[in-house]
Design a protein around this ligand. Structure first.
Ligand code: NAP
Length: 444
């Protein structure tokens, strides 16, 4: 008989759920409690994936099955460091895995970045995905907008800004987001990459999708595509690059159709300065191959990468925005590992890679966790009731799996009850207290 093991996981996004599921299948005598600071599970899928990406949002179905299988217990609205400290965790569990992801924006250090109208893309994503901790309104007053960066987040932000609000109504966007998008007077969305069209970090499906957005014209600039701009045989060129090069080549050659909004892709534009008047963005200056270029803009979205946040008492590498770790084993500054403390997902390896990559990442962390089992100290208070009693004593209004099922049904019913021009499957509840009160309706 293997030793009975109790493991806590913080972060109920894909990283935490995959880690829990892999652990449940690799160690037979384990109890897993999965905590999230938000009342609902699914992290990045619920609050990071664009609402008009149903294929990716659909990953929720397999995550739901993993949580519904009964070998992982979910508790929401529990914040690590406040509601449960590292000491609490050690008192109740043999080991802990941090899977808290990366939800902040990487910093861009150029003059003017603090001006009103200069936004982090991650904040905008949190707004349109109805994250409860972000303001309900978003200033959408600009006609000319820039999106900095050539990754998929830049594409998400540019697409959501350029799309007609009515075309977002089939998604799960909350009512306030639809109302906000509907007021947007935007005519031109400019996406700026600091390198060339062969160096993009987009993926083919997402790039191609841009060209299919209704009533949006894609504008490319011939100066960025000189003869031989794409070298098939260059080092590091993948099939994905080849597909994307063909997509852009076809846009260059196609007859432009007049559209209400334009989406421009500019390359070789290194951000230099954001300029403004009366504290508000009025434009931006770039360096294009040694030449200064200035564009009039009223809003700028910085989509240059996410950044992981430090957790209380957990070693953190501020140069990378990740928890210090070796293969998922959390280590202190001297490289010594903290017994029973692990990390997985974006907070382990940084905010790169698709959701599927998180699975192989979790496998590595769990393999190391299982290898360390004999070193773990036995917790003094190993019963779940002792954990929950501690939370109750602090007045924490935690939610659980049954509560999520209620909230889920409630959101689906809101979608069902929607009367309007389209059918809606779900309408998200945004407010934290409202989510908690629906989830705890019949008590916990
Ligand atoms: P990313 O793919 O790393 O792209 C970041 C972009 O920002 C790069 O083009 C980078 O340029 C640029 N950048 C970085 N620092 C800059 C600076 N100082 N000035 C100007 N540009 C700068 O990151 P992401 O877009 O945040 O995406 C994160 C991960 O999530 C990626 O793996 C992405 O594919 C994934 N994701 C997927 C989807 C989907 O729909 N499938 C949606 C969203 C996100 P350089 O290349 O020159 O460094």
């Amino acid at each position: 008989m293997t030793k009975a093991l109790r493991v806590a996981i913080f972060g109920a996004g894909p990283a935490g759920i995959y880690a829990g599921n892999i652990l449940a299948h690799s160690y037979e005598n384990v109890t897993i409690d999965l905590f999230d600071s938000l009342p609902a599970p699914y992290g990045l899928i619920r609050y990071g994936v664009a609402p008009d990406h149903p294929r990716i949002k659909g990953i929720v179905n397999s995550l739901h099955e993993m949580l519904d299988a009964g070998n992982i217990r979910f508790f929401g609205n529990v914040e690590f460091g406040r509601d449960l400290t590292l000491d609490d965790v050690k008192r109740h569990y043999h080991a802990v895995i941090f899977a808290t992801g990366a939800i902040k924006d990487a910093k861009l250090n150029i003059p003017g970045v603090e001006l009103e109208g200069s936004y982090g893309a991650a904040d905008f994503v949190s707004w349109y995905d109805g994250h409860p901790d972000y303001p309900r309104t978003w200033p959408l007053e600009a006609e000319q907008v820039a999106v900095l960066g050539n990754g998929n987040v830049a594409l998400d932000v540019a697409r959501v800004l350029a799309k007609q609000a009515d075309d977002m109504l089939t998604t799960d966007i909350p009512a306030n987001v639809y109302e906000g998008l509907k007021t947007s007077p935007v005519t031109d969305v400019h996406v700026f990459g600091r390198r060339g069209p062969a160096d993009i970090k987009f993926t083919p499906i997402e790039l191609r999708e841009l060209g299919e957005v209704k009533d949006v014209e894609i504008v490319l600039y011939p100066e960025d595509f000189p003869e031989g701009w794409f070298n098939e045989d260059a080092q590091g060129v993948t099939n994905q690059h080849r597909v994307m090069a063909r997509v852009m080549q076809s846009w260059l050659e196609r007859e432009a159709e007049p559209a209400k909004r334009r989406l421009h892709l500019h390359f070789w534009h290194q951000p230099k300065e954001i300029v403004g008047e009366n504290g508000h963005v009025t434009g931006m200056v770039f360096d294009r191959k040694g030449e200064e270029r200035k564009y009039p803009l009223q809003a700028i979205y910085r989509a240059i990468g996410y950044w992981g946040s430090a957790l209380p008492e957990v070693p953190y590498d501020e140069t990378k925005g990740v928890i210090r770790n070796v293969g998922g084993r959390v280590v202190d500054e001297s490289g010594k590992s903290l017994n029973g403390v692990f990390a997985t997902g974006w907070i382990k390896r940084g905010p790169v890679g698709l959701i599927g990559h998180t699975k192989s990442d979790a496998m590595e962390t769990i393999e190391n966790l299982v290898a360390d089992v004999s070193n773990f100290e036995d917790p003094a208070e190993p019963e779940l009731e002792q954990v929950l009693a501690g939370l109750r004593a602090k007045g924490v209004q935690f939610t659980d799996w049954a509560g999520w099922l209620k909230l889920n049904e409630h959101e689906l019913a809101l979608g069902d009850g929607f009367t309007g021009p389209v059918e809606r499957e779900r309408v998200k509840v945004v407010d934290r207290d409202e989510q908690v009160s629906i989830a705890r309706a019949s008590g916990i």
